[in-house]
Design a protein around this ligand. Structure first.
Ligand code: C5P
Length: 313
C-alpha cells in the first residue's frame, strides 16, 4: 500500500449534552439513552506519524488537561482505536500518536472519546484504508458510546447507548461557560449511582426507567437558535446522581445561576458544568464570578463540526 503522507494532525471537539434521558439497564451493561449532543469548540489534537517498526503503536500525552495517571498501554482508548483500525484493515505498519489534551479527563465532555475519534481519522488517513465515514462510525461505536458523536460533531440526537445518531437542525451560535472541577467522575460510577435511584428516599423518584424521548420544545429552541428558549429545555437525568457523588457541584451551579447564566447543566456524567449564556458579555460575568470562587473556566461556543484533518505532511 502506498503511503501518501507520513504525518497527519486531527482535531476532535468535546461535547456537552443538552438533554440526557436515561432509560433501563440493558443486558450489555449499558443504559438506553435519548440524548442531544452538541460539539463545542474545545478540541483534542492528535498527531499521527508513521513508525517504520512493523506493528509498533505508541501514544504520548501532553497539554493543559494531561495527567500523569493516564495509562499509555493497551487499555488506553487511543491505542485501542489504532489497533482496532489496523486489525480491521489488515495493516501492519506502526504509528506514533501524540495527543494534546485540552478537554478535562473524566469530565463528562467525552475527551477520551474525542481522542479515539481523532485517532481513527488520523490513522485512516495515513493508512489509506478507504473505509469511508460509515465504516469509521461502526468502528467508533465498538470503542465507546460517545466516540461516534465525536467523529460526527455538530448537534445530534443519540439513542441506543447514545451511539445511534441523527443530525438535528440548529442555527446560530450558543455561548457557554464551562466550569471545570479539580476532580473527575467515572461515567460508570455515575450510572451506577443512578441505578440506586429508587433508594433515594423518594427524593427524585420518577424520571425515566423505560424509553426516554427528546422533547419537542428543545428541538424547536435549536431550530430557532434561541438561547432563551433553549435554557428551560436543558435537562440531564444524571444530574442528581452526579451531585450526590460530588455535592460541591451544587455550589458551582448556584454561582453561575447567581451571576446571570440562563441555565446551568452538568455535562453528561459530570463533573464539568456548562452554563448557557445570552451572549459573550453575559458569559464574561459568569466567568468572573466562578473565577472569584477559584473555579477554572473556559468560554466556548456551539455547535462546531466533528473530527477534522487540520494538517498533513
Ligand atoms: O462507552 P463508554 O466506555 O464511554 O461508557 C463508560 C461506562 O458508562 C459504561 O461502561 C457504562 O457503565 C456507562 N454507560 C451506560 N450507558 C450508556 C453509556 C455509558 O451505562 N449509554
Amino acid at each position: 500500500m502506498s503511503i501518501a503522507c507520513s504525518t497527519v494532525t486531527v482535531r476532535a471537539p468535546g461535547k456537552i449534552n443538552l438533554y440526557l434521558g436515561v432509560g433501563g439497564l440493558r443486558i450489555d451493561g449499558y443504559h438506553t439513552l435519548a440524548t442531544v449532543f452538541q460539539s463545542v469548540n474545545l478540541y483534542e489534537e492528535v498527531v499521527a506519524t508513521v513508525n517504520p517498526v512493523v506493528g509498533a503503536i505508541s501514544v504520548s500525552f501532553s497539554g493543559p488537561q494531561h495527567q500523569e495517571s493516564l495509562p499509555i498501554d493497551d487499555s488506553n482508548l487511543v491505542i485501542r482505536a489504532a489497533k482496532l483500525l489496523a486489525r480491521t484493515a489488515a495493516i501492519e505498519s506502526g504509528i506514533v500518536l501524540r495527543v494534546t489534551k485540552n478537554i478535562p479527563i473524566a469530565g463528562g465532555m467525552a475527551g477520551g472519546s474525542a481522542d479515539a475519534a481523532a485517532t481513527l481519522l488520523a490513522c485512516d488517513t495515513i493508512w489509506q484504508t478507504r473505509f469511508g465515514l460509515g465504516k469509521l462510525m461502526e468502528l467508533a461505536a465498538e470503542l465507546g458510546a460517545d466516540v461516534p458523536f465525536c467523529l460526527h460533531g455538530g448537534t445530534a440526537i443519540g439513542v441506543g447507548r447514545g451511539d445511534q445518531l441523527s443530525p438535528v437542525l440548529t442555527i446560530g451560535i450558543f455561548h457557554w461557560v464551562l466550569a471545570f472541577a479539580d476532580f473527575g467522575l467515572s461515567t460508570s460510577d455515575v450510572f451506577e449511582e443512578y441505578d440506586k435511584k429508587d433508594e433515594w428516599d423518594g427524593e427524585l423518584a420518577g424520571g425515566f426507567r423505560m424509553e426516554p424521548s427528546i422533547p419537542d420544545d428543545l428541538l424547536a429552541a435549536l431550530r430557532a437558535g434561541s438561547p432563551q428558549q433553549l435554557a428551560p429545555a436543558l435537562y440531564n437525568n444524571l444530574h442528581e446522581s452526579a451531585c450526590r457523588l460530588a455535592p460541591q457541584l451544587r455550589r458551582t451551579l448556584q454561582i453561575g445561576d447567581d451571576a446571570g447564566a440562563l441555565a446551568g447543566i452538568i455535562s453528561g456524567s459530570g463533573p464539568t458544568v456548562a452554563f448557557l449564556c445570552a451572549d459573550t458579555e453575559a458569559a464574561l460575568s459568569v466567568r468572573i464570578a466562578l473565577s472569584a470562587a477559584q473555579i477554572r473556566t473556559e468560554s466556548v461556543c456551539s455547535s462546531v463540526g466533528g473530527a477534522r484533518i487540520v494538517a498533513r505532511g
